[in-house]
Design a protein around this ligand. Structure first.
Ligand SMILES: [Zn+2]
Length: 262
């Protein structure tokens, strides 16, 4: 079991802890790495290890900068996009202006931390929303998306009202005030298959070869398989506001929220 505030969960798969740094330490905002592959034509590089989240599960990719020495001069290039190659699993970092380091370069990566941290608060707020809707109404999320500071989720409500939106907003802010611990855990498939919380959040739909599952556990409220980055306690989310409730058709209602001080 992970321990809050600890950099790397004890049971993190070794390869992940060595390469996909965001998966084991959401608070890492600077790192050093060797370049593992250069694609000069597309102005992008892959790194041995990275703290840049490549996007996924509704969470946007990170931006920031890479720095490296080019002869006697230091180059700083904005990272404008990060994405995972579906076939190879490789994480590419696109660099502004097509400046790329050489294949043997050592680079320093720096995240746009304000944007990433706001995204973490937003992502966690959406998991709190999932937990609240499940505990109050027994409904599971069917879809969603987020930007830094705001997001939306869909639930199979028959009807939706402004009052319901206000009730949900109040319940989310209560869970934020409760400052619940949030753990990053890695759970073997056999254990996950027996876990009621993971069953109701459809962890069984994830391909079997992914084992263990990375799990985000808002202790006592919501637990789901998730690749994204989250804050350490619900208190770190700050205040949220439900900005809109809308019908997207029969049995499909959308709730939008935002971080108030974003
Ligand atoms: Zn998530």
């Amino acid at each position: 079991m992970a321990v809050p505030g600890r950099r790397v969960p004890d049971n993190a798969p070794h390869g992940l802890a060595e390469s996909e740094l965001f998966a084991v330490d959401a608070y890492l905002r600077e790192f050093e790495s060797a370049v593992s592959e250069v694609d000069a034509e597309q102005g992008r590089v892959a790194l041995r290890r990275t703290a840049f989240f490549p996007g996924g599960g509704g969470q946007p990719f990170d931006i920031g900068t890479l720095e490296w020495a080019d002869g006697s001069s230091e180059v700083t290039a904005p990272v404008t996009k990060v994405g995972r190659d579906r076939e190879t699993g490789r994480i590419w970092h696109w660099l502004e202006g097509g400046h790329v380091p050489g294949p043997d370069a050592e680079v320093s990566g720096v995240l746009d931390w304000d944007r990433r941290h706001l995204t973490m608060r937003t992502h966690t707020a959406l998991h709190i929303l999932c937990g609240v809707i499940w505990s109050e109404f027994g409904l599971a999320v069917t879809g969603g998306n987020m930007d830094p500071g705001k997001g939306r989720l869909d639930f199979p409500f028959e009807s939706m009202s402004t009052e319901l939106g206000q009730q949900v907003e109040r319940r989310i802010n209560e869970e934020i005030d409760a400052a619940r611990e949030i753990l990053v855990d890695f759970v073997g498939r056999e254990v996950a298959d027996e876990d009621a919380a993971l069953i109701r959040t459809s962890a069984n739909l994830i391909p079997r070869e992914i084992d263990p599952l990375r799990v985000i556990d808002i202790v006592g409220l919501d637990k789901q398989a998730d690749g994204g980055t989250h804050v350490r306690t619900t208190g770190e989310v700050g205040r949220i506001r439900v900005t809109k409730t809308e019908s997207k058709g029969k049995g499909n209602k959308r709730i939008r929220l935002e971080i108030v001080d974003a």
